[in-house]
Design a protein. Structure first.
Length: 101
């Protein structure tokens, strides 16, 4: 089986910097004067933190009476059967040794 994946990630620029080399890989949440919430930048590895910050910003801005973002407790698609100890089976199958103990 052969598979490939591709995506685009727009980077944000510090408005105070004239150089494109200063593009940052962080994300930025911007609330416009009309209360439009925009998020830009970020990384795949931080998308859940980005979601949480954006939802929490909306909750504060619009004074929603909810507990905030729940992304931390939502299981990812494809995670059925996952457990915190799955790495043990991988270590045993490929004969790896743990180095973090």
């Amino acid at each position: 089986m052969l598979a490939a994946w591709s995506g685009l990630r727009p980077l944000i620029r510090d408005p105070a910097s004239p150089n494109s080399k200063d593009l940052v890989r962080n994300h930025l949440i911007y609330v416009s004067p009309s209360n439009l919430i925009t998020i830009a930048g970020g990384k795949w590895t931080t998308y859940r933190a980005m979601a949480q910050e954006t939802v929490d910003a909306a909750v504060r801005l619009f004074e929603f009476n909810v507990g905030g973002c729940i992304t931390e407790t939502v299981r990812l698609v494809g995670s059925d059967g996952w457990s915190k100890n799955m790495f043990i089976g991988l270590i045993q199958r490929v004969s790896l040794e743990r180095t973090d103990v």
